[in-house]
Write a protein that binds this ligand. Structure first.
Ligand code: MGD
Ligand code: MGD
Ligand code: SF4
Ligand code: MO
Length: 671
C-alpha cells in the first residue's frame, strides 16, 4: 500500500569489528531513514559517523548504475554505457579465450573486504573463479599475521567475548585505536572503568584512544616483544606466575623464561623508549589486578615481525592464565566463532599470490597475468607500493573488470565496470569479527538502476560460460540456508526464519563460560604453547641506521572518523574540513628541517613522493611521522595517496600482511 512506511532489518557490511544491526525505513520503495538497531546489545541504537549517511551513498549521484565500457585512456574515467548482455559477453569471450589457450591462471581474481557479508564477500563468486581455475590471491593484508601469531600459542585462536571485558579490572588496548576503529566497544570499556578497571593503551602514537585511557604507554614502534619479555622477566623473578596453571595448561615456560632472563625491566624500558619503572609497575598489575583482558586487532601486525608481536602478546596472556577469571584473556578478532559454526562452500585449490604484491605481479617482466577481475576492493588505494600498482593497472594489454558502486581509483583503470548493489539492495548474512552476534541483512529496496549483487553477476557469467555446477547457481537465500545448516552447536536455535524475524541472534556460546577453561561445544581446551621469543625482526627494522637517506618512520593508520578504509575517502562531504591528508610530524623533527606548521612539504622515499601540508603534532614521538590512510588519489598533487610510500614486503613463503608501517621517509620543505 502506497505511503505505509516499512521497517526492514539489516546489518552493516563494512570491514569493521562492530557489525552493527540496522533498521531501514522504506516509503514508497525509497529508503528514507537508517538507524542502528536499538535492541542490539552492541549497536545500541547508534551507527557511526561513516554510516549515519549511508543512504546518501545509496542515492549518490555518482553511483554507477549501468555496465560501462572504457572509451578513453586508462585512468581517464571516460566510459560509455553498455547493456548487461554485452558486458557479460565481452567478459565471457575473454575468459573463454584464456581457457581455450589453456591459460586460466592468466586471469586474476582480486577481491577483499569491501563487503563482509557471507554471500557477497565471496561465497558464490569465489566458486565461479574456482571453476574457471583463475589465479587467486592470498587475502592476507588484514588480520592473518595476527591470527598466526595467536594460533602458534593457542591452536585455533578464539577470542573471548569482547562484551565480557566489562568484568575485567585491567584492560590493555594493545596497538588498537578502539575509539576510532571499534567505537561500539568503548561503552564496555567505560563500564569496566566505572567498576574500577584500569585502562592501559600501548601505542607508539598518542591516539584518541590513548588519550582516553588511564595510562598511555608510548613505545618505539615495533618494540612490543621486548616489552613482553621485560614483563615476563618480572613475573618470573617475583614469583608472580601460577605454577599449577603453567604445569597443567602450558608447555615451553622454561624457554620463555630463559629468553626473558636478560630482559630486566630496566633494559625493556630503555629498548621501548618508556619511562623508567614502567615495566616494573605494569607486570604486577597484570598479574594481580584481575581479570586482565588484552584487546588487540591488527595495528602491530603491519610490520616485519608483526606475527611475533601478536605471538608475544598471546603468550603473555597464556603465561598469566588470564582466561581463568571471567572477563580476562585475549580479545582479538572473534571471526573464528562464526567461521567454525557456518558451513562453507567447498573450495577448489588454485594458484595464488599475496595480494600485497599486486604491483610487482602486474609489472614483472613477461607477466603471467593479463586479465584482472576486481570486486570488493580498491587496490589502487589500499595496496602498498601504489606507484607499481598503478603502473600495472595502466598496462594496455591488461584487461580489467571492476565490480563496484562507484568509479573508484581502481575502476578508473577498468575496461569494463559492472554496477554493484549496496547493502540495502542485497540479501546477506553478516557474521562479525568484533562480537558474538549473527545478523541477517534483508534487502530494503530494489537495486538502483541496473546494479546487481556480486553473486548474480557470478551466476550470469557462469551461465554465459556454460558452466554446470550445483554450488554456483544457488540463490543467495539458499547459500545462507546451507551455511546455517551445519548442525554446529554454536548455531543452536538460529535458523533463517528466526533471523528473518529478529534481525540478529547471539551465537549459542554458554553465558558466563570461560574460554579455554569451561566446556564450550566445539572449542578444544588445548595446552598453550609458550616458547622463546624473538625481539629482533620488528624492533631492528626501526633502527635509524637502516637507511640514512630515510630516517623517519611512517605510520599510516585509520585516522579519519568518516572514512572506512577507502570507502568514502573520495566523497567531498566525508572528507574532514581540512580537505586533504596532512603530514603529522613531531616538533623536534620539524624544527631540525626548518618546517613550520602549515608549510608545504615533500615526503619521499625510494618508492614515491607526496606533497602535503605539515601539521606539528605532539601525539607523535621524535622520529615518527604519520599520514592518514583512506584518502583517494586526487587528494595530493601527485595523484597518489599514502600507499605510494608504503612497503609491500611480506613474510617468508609469500605469507602474512604487508609491512605497511616499516616505511621510512625523509621530509623536506617543498621548494
Ligand atoms: N596504508 C595503509 N593501507 C592499508 C591499511 C592501513 O591501515 N594503512 N589497512 C589495510 C586493511 S586492514 C584493509 S582491511 C584494507 C582494506 O581494503 P579494501 O577491502 O579494498 O577496502 P574498502 O575500501 O573497505 O572496500 C573496497 C571497495 O569495495 C566496494 N564495495 C563495498 N561493498 C560492495 C559490494 O557489496 N559489492 C561490490 N562489488 N563492491 C563493494 C567499495 O565501494 C570499495 O570501493 O586496506 C589495507 N590497506
Ligand atoms: N573509522 C574507521 N574504523 C575502522 C576502519 C577504518 O578505516 N575507519 N578500518 C577497519 C579495519 S579494516 C580494521 S582491520 C580495523 C583496524 O583496527 P586497529 O587495529 O585498531 O587500527 P589500525 O589503525 O590499523 O592500528 C591501530 C594502532 O596500531 C598502532 N601501531 C602501529 N605499529 C605498532 C606497534 O609496533 N606496536 C603497537 N603497540 N602499536 C602499533 C598504530 O599507531 C594505530 O594507532 O579497523 C576497522 N575500523
Ligand atoms: S562501519 Fe562499523 S561502526 Fe559504522 S555502522 Fe558499520 S559496523 Fe557500525
Ligand atoms: Mo582491515
Amino acid at each position: 500500500m502506497a505511503g505505509e512506511p516499512l521497517s526492514v532489518l539489516g546489518a552493516c557490511h563494512h570491514d569493521c569489528p562492530d557489525t552493527c544491526a540496522w533498521e531501514v525505513t522504506v516509503e514508497d520503495g525509497v529508503a528514507t531513514r537508517l538507524r542502528g538497531s536499538p535492541s542490539h546489545p552492541v549497536t545500541r541504537g547508534s551507527l557511526c559517523p561513516k554510516v549515519n549517511r549511508y543512504l546518501d551513498r545509496v542515492y549518490h549521484p555518482d553511483r554507477v548504475l549501468t555496465p560501462l565500457r572504457r572509451v578513453g585512456a586508462k585512468g581517464s574515467r571516460d566510459f560509455e554505457e553498455i547493456t548487461w548482455g554485452d558486458a557479460i559477453e565481452i567478459i565471457a569471450r575473454r575468459v573463454r579465450e584464456r581457457l581455450d589457450q589453456g591459460r586460466p591462471e592468466s586471469i586474476v581474481q582480486f577481491s577483499f573486504a569491501g563487503t563482509q557479508g557471507l554471500v557477497q564477500m565471496g561465497e558464490t563468486i569465489d566458486r565461479l573463479f574456482d571453476l574457471i581455475g583463475a589465479t587467486d590471491i592470498r587475502r592476507e593484508l588484514c588480520g592473518v599475521s595476527a591470527f598466526r601469531g595467536a594460533a602458534r600459542v593457542l591452536g585455533t585462536p578464539y577470542s573471548i567475548d569482547p562484551e565480557s571485558m566489562r568484568q575485567a579490572r585491567t584492560i590493555v588496548l594493545w596497538g588498537t585505536d578502539t575509539r576510532m576503529t571499534n567505537r561500539h566497544l568503548w561503552p564496555t570499556i567505560e563500564a569496566a572503568r566505572h567498576a574500577g578497571a584500569t585502562i592501559i593503551a600501548i601505542d607508539p602514537i598518542r591516539t584518541e584512544t590513548a588519550r582516553a585511557a588511564d595510562v598511555h604507554l608510548q613505545p618505539r614502534p615495533g618494540t612490543d616483544v621486548a616489552l613482553v619479555l621485560g614483563i615476563v622477566h618480572v613475573l618470573d623473578r617475583d614469583g608472580l606466575i601460577d605454577a599449577e596453571w603453567i604445569d597443567e595448561r602450558t608447555s615451553g615456560w622454561a624457554e620463555l623464561a630463559a629468553s626473558a632472563s636478560e630482559w630486566t625491566p630496566e633494559r625493556a624500558d630503555e629498548m621501548c623508549g618508556l619511562p623508567d619503572g614502567t615495566v616494573a609497575w605494569l607486570a604486577p598489575l597484570l598479574a594481580t589486578q584481575t581479570p586482565t583482558a588484552f584487546r588487540t586487532l591488527i595495528g602491530p601486525e603491519h610490520r616485519r615481525g608483526g606475527e611475533e608481536i601478536l605471538r608475544a602478546v598471546t603468550m603473555l596472556a597464556a603465561a598469566l592464565g588470564s582466561w581463568q577469571n571471567f572477563g580476562g584473556g585475549l580479545a582479538r578478532s572473534t571471526a573464528a566463532w562464526p567461521e567454525t559454526a557456518l558451513a562453507g562452500t567447498p573450495r577448489i585449490p588454485r594458484p595464488a599470490f599475496n595480494m600485497a604484491r599486486l604491483g610487482e605481479v602486474l609489472t614483472e617482466e613477461d607477466p603471467f597475468a593479463d586479465t584482472l577481475v576486481v570486486h570488493n576492493c580498491n587496490p589502487a588505494v589500499i595496496v602498498p607500493d601504489q606507484n607499481r600498482v598503478i603502473d600495472g593497472l595502466s598496462r594496455e594489454d591488461l584487461f580489467t573488470v571492476v565490480i563496484d558502486q562507484f568509479i573508484t581509483d581502481t575502476a578508473a583503470y577498468a575496461d569494463i565496470v559492472l554496477p554493484a548493489t549496496t547493502q540495502v539492495e542485497q540479501l546477506d548474512l553478516a557474521p562479525s569479527w568484533g562480537h558474538m552476534y549473527l545478523a541477517l541483512n534483508r534487502p530494503a529496496i530494489e537495486p538502483r538502476g541496473q546494479a546487481l549483487p556480486n553473486s548474480e553477476i557470478a551466476r550470469r557469467l557462469g551461465a554465459a560460460l556454460g558452466l554446470e555446477d550445483e554450488w554456483l547457481y544457488r540463490s543467495d537465500e539458499q547459500v545462507i540456508r546451507d551455511a546455517l545448516a551445519s548442525g554446529h552447536p554454536l548455531l543452536e536455535g538460529i535458523t533463517y526464519e528466526s533471523l528473518s524475524e529478529r534481525g540478529w541472534q547471539r551465537l549459542a556460546v554458554p553465558a558466563g563460560a570461560r574460554l579455554y577453561i569451561d566446556e564450550i561445544p566445539g572449542v578444544a581446551n588445548e595446552r598453550m604453547r609458550l616458547g622463546a621469543l624473538d625481539v629482533e625482526p620488528a624492533a631492528a627494522a626501526h633502527s635509524p641506521e637502516v637507511d640514512p637517506r630515510y630516517p623517519l618512520t611512517l605510520i599510516s593508520r585509520k585516522q579519519v572518523r568518516t572514512f572506512l578504509n577507502s570507502q568514502y575517502g573520495g566523497f567531498a562531504d566525508h572528507r574532514p574540513p581540512v580537505g586533504e591528508p596532512l603530514l603529522q610530524i613531531h616538533a623536534e623533527d620539524a624544527h631540525a628541517r626548518g618546517i613550520r606548521a602549515g608549510d608545504r612539504v615533500d615526503v619521499r622515499n625510494e618508492r614515491g613522493e607526496l606533497t602535503l601540508t605539515a601539521q606539528i603534532s605532539d601525539q607523535l614521538q621524535p622520529g615518527l611521522v604519520a599520514i592518514p590512510f583512506g584518502w583517494w588519489n586526487d587528494s595530493t598533487p601527485q595523484g597518489r595517496s599514502v600507499n605510494a610510500l608504503t612497503n609491500a614486503a611480506v613474510g617468508r613463503g609469500d605469507r602474512g600482511s604487508a609491512y605497511f608501517h616499516d616505511t621510512y621517509v625523509e621530509v623536506t620543505p617543498h621548494p
